[in-house]
Structure formats: structure tokens, C-alpha cells
Design a protein around this ligand. Sequence first.
Ligand SMILES: NC(=O)C1=CN([C@@H]2O[C@H](COP(=O)(O)OP(=O)(O)OC[C@H]3O[C@@H](n4cnc5c(N)ncnc54)[C@H](O)[C@@H]3O)[C@@H](O)[C@H]2O)[C@H](O)CC1
Ligand SMILES: [K+]
Length: 480
Amino acid sequence: MKPITVEDMRALEANSDYFGVSYGELMENAGRKAAESIIALFKRCNVLVVCGTGNNGGDGFVTARFLREAGYGVLIVLLGRVGQVKEGPALANIEIVRGMGIPVVESILPEEVPKEAFDGCDLIVDAVLGTGFQGTPREPARTAIRYMNQSPAPRVSLDVPSGLDAHTGECAECVDADLVITFYAPKKGLDRYKVEVVDIGIPKKAFTHIGPGSMVGLRSRGDFVEKGGGGRLLIIGGGPYTGAPAMAAMAAYRAGAEIVTVAAPKRAADIIASFSPDLIVRPLSDEDFLVEKDVPMLKELISRHHAVVIGMGLGREPETLAAAGRIIPLCERAVIDADVLQTEIPLSGIVTPNVHEFNRLSGETLGPKDTAAAEKVRKFSAQNKVVTLWKGSPAVVSDGNEVKINSTGNPGMAVGGTGDVLAGITGAFYCRNDAFKAACAAAFISGAAGDMAFEDKGYGLVATDVIHWLPYAVKRYRHA
Ligand SMILES: NC(=O)C1=CN([C@@H]2O[C@H](COP(=O)(O)OP(=O)(O)OC[C@H]3O[C@@H](n4cnc5c(N)ncnc54)[C@H](O)[C@@H]3O)[C@@H](O)[C@H]2O)[C@H](O)CC1
Ligand SMILES: [K+]
């Protein structure tokens, strides 16, 4: 199996918790499976379980419990105080093992780590550091790693040998594990160890559906200190219509873009600017719709933004479509939406068709709930080398290889403007993330905000309510 990155592992865990198998159950499964492997390999003996204060330590507490119940002698050395153990399943499990009377020796300082326990046991379980570790081991982990390596007892590491940085596979000073029992999939740097991969019961939906995992590792405004780091987005829209680009722009701000510029034909620009002082509006030529003579100015604007959203409210005048056909190839990161989703337009980046627009583009005849949508969207994405965010119910996202089904949203969102909001969010995320990640996260968070809006207003919700709830949805699902 290919090693899984720490970020992808965290995303799977977040989806697992969201789709029904909680972090606690994952830890229980991890610890139980580790104990079963150990019991199969080592007859009853005295086991030292060395635990950190994070979830890797949590796995150690569960492993200790199962070994004790199987008649093994168990001693836990905790590298910290019980009060420092991570909130959640790890803390719950240290309380359980203490309640069972399993001795727990707390060591804060290096000199408090009981070397005699390492030398006097028959087997060591290393549950000090897992995928949450980076850099070089600080004390007392460092001393514990040394004592484990100096002990004559065999060493079994949980998930990764403590001291191995699973982000890079590097290991300055790590446990010389005789066996690594790793969860769900190998991590980077395990190729030089004897490894056993154990399944911990992550549900299928965690892989097939878009959940909070789509927000794990999403780079947005909060991650950047320099101004404009959160992403500069250009929205090319408006003409016959003015609300659509304004909604897309406001949604982009609420999703974390730092600068959002709306470029629209003069008359529309003046109206859009009146919607909100937040909007930076650049009027194009004095025509009622986008025309080819606007291209030079747009070329300059495109070069000053990370991503472009083009389409909503432009209308379908032949000259507008011709101009769009010249503009899109100028964009490194384009979200192509609504009016310009026409067969003669060159597609790239991310396309965000509703069901009708997709059928027009692909020649398919899908209905909004069509179960065949996933494969049709994947095929279309592969043929056109784009990421497609198909706005069915549920939404489907594909990059031509992977296909994900969205898990948020509700029928109340079938109201004008929610597509513009979704395209704005997609553009905001696309400024700083790859296309597939941006589209998945946008589908998820737009639907999550829409669910909050539905909770609040039922079928009376309108697109601006989704914009209102966006920051709350981002805050709720934004994994640090
Ligand atoms: N993969 C799964 O589905 C499951 C994984 N689990 C286990 O959880 C760990 C990851 O846990 P996490 O809380 O993120 O971090 P760790 O326990 O690995 O380590 C954090 C712990 O270590 C301290 N720390 C961080 N850096 C250093 C350092 N340089 N020196 C010393 N100490 C450091 C930090 O302060 C924390 O206390 C994963 O590996 C699995 O074992 C789930 O429990 C089960 C499902
Ligand atoms: K470990």
C-alpha cells in the first residue's frame, strides 16, 4: 500500500467521525487490533506500555486494557501528567485503565522516567508519539526513546515508531521497533521496518462522500499573515444581471478570500458597487454586456489575482461568449460558471454546471437525483481535463479520476443565487488550493451553510442567508 500522508489520514478520521464511526471507536479499534496482534506474537508476559499524552498514547491505553484482560502483566509509563492527556478518547481511556487498577507511572522530567521498568519487562509497547509528532523529540519523550532502545525487550510501536516524523518519513532519533502496527495504511518512512497494517473500521462513506475531511488542510485567509495571502479573486460577471456577481463576490469574502474584485460592464458595475462597500468593482467598457474590447483590461486584472470566476450574470450575447472564449485561456485558475458554460467555450480549471448546463455541455440527459451522475461527471471531467462540480442533489465532484458525492445541502437551497454563492466559494478556495480540493471543500461548506440557513429559515431561505451562515460553517468544520 502507498503511504498515506498525515493530512489525508486526518481527513479520513474527520470523515469517519462525521459519517458515524467516532474518533473514540477508531481508537478502540486501533488498540484492540494492536493487542490482538501482540497476543498472537508474544505469549503472556510482563508488558511495559509507554504512552504519550496525545491520541497515540490513547491507542496505548486501549492496547494496555486488552492485554490486561488477556492476562498479561501491564505497567503504563505516562510521559506527562494524567491531567495533560488530550481531551476526548485518550483522556477517557486513561481514566478507564486507572479504574481497572492498571498502574500508571507519571513522568514529566527525564530523571523521573523509570529506567528499571524498561530493563525489567518482557515486551515494550511504544505509544509515545504518532502522526502528531514533528521535528525532534523533546523531553521526556527523548529519554523514553533511548530507554526503549537500550532495553533487551522487543519493541512494538503503534502507528509509527516514536520519533519518526510521519510528514517526512525522517527520523533523527526514533524507536528501533521490531514491529510497527500501523492503522489503516502505512505512513512515510516505515519501509525499513517490519510493518503490520490493521484496519480500524473507517466507514466506506468516509472515502466516497465529501465530509469535514475536505476542510482538513484547506489553506485560506487564516493561514497567511501577509495581506492578500488569503487569496485575491477576480469575478468577471454581470451585464444583463447584477445580483449574481455580487452574491458570488460576497460569498467569496465570507469563505476566506482576502481581496475580491468584480469586473463588470459599466452600467452593471455601478449597480454592483452599490450592493456593498466590501466590493471592489472595476467597470469595463460602457456597453450593456461584456465585449471583446474589454479583453485587454481584463488581461491586466487577471494577472493581479490568484483565481478568476467567470460567468454569472454575463448573459449570452454572441460577442460576450466570444470575449469569454478569449479570456478563459488567459486564466491559470478559472472557475467557469453559468452563462459561459457553452459547448463552444474552451473549458479549464473548475466548471460548476447545474444539471441543465451539464446536459447541454456533455450531451447527457441526467436528472438532478440521477444515480448515474457520478460516472457521467467523472467521464466528462476526464475527457475535458477539468474538475467538475456538478450541482445535482447531491452534488458530485470529480477530477476525472476520483469522484466524491457531497453530503450537505437541502431542497431549501433550490432558490436563485445559491449557484452564484457556490461558484464564489469555489473561487475563494481555488486561490490557494488545488482544483479538486477547492471544489470538494466548496461543495461541502456551501451545503453546510445552506443547512444552517435551512435550520434558521426553512424554505424561506434565500441565497444571501447562505452567505450569512458561511463563516459559521467554516468555523465549525475548519480543522486546525
Ligand atoms: N490513524 C487513525 O485513524 C487513528 C489514529 N489515532 C492515533 O492518533 C495518533 C495521532 O494523535 P495526535 O494526538 O495527533 O498526536 P500524537 O499522539 O501522535 O503526538 C502528539 C503528542 O506528542 C507531543 N509532541 C508533538 N511533537 C513533539 C516533539 N517534538 N517532542 C515531544 N513531544 C511532541 C504533543 O504535545 C502531543 O502530546 C496517530 O498516530 C494514531 O496513533 C487514533 O487514536 C486512532 C485512529
Ligand atoms: K508510536
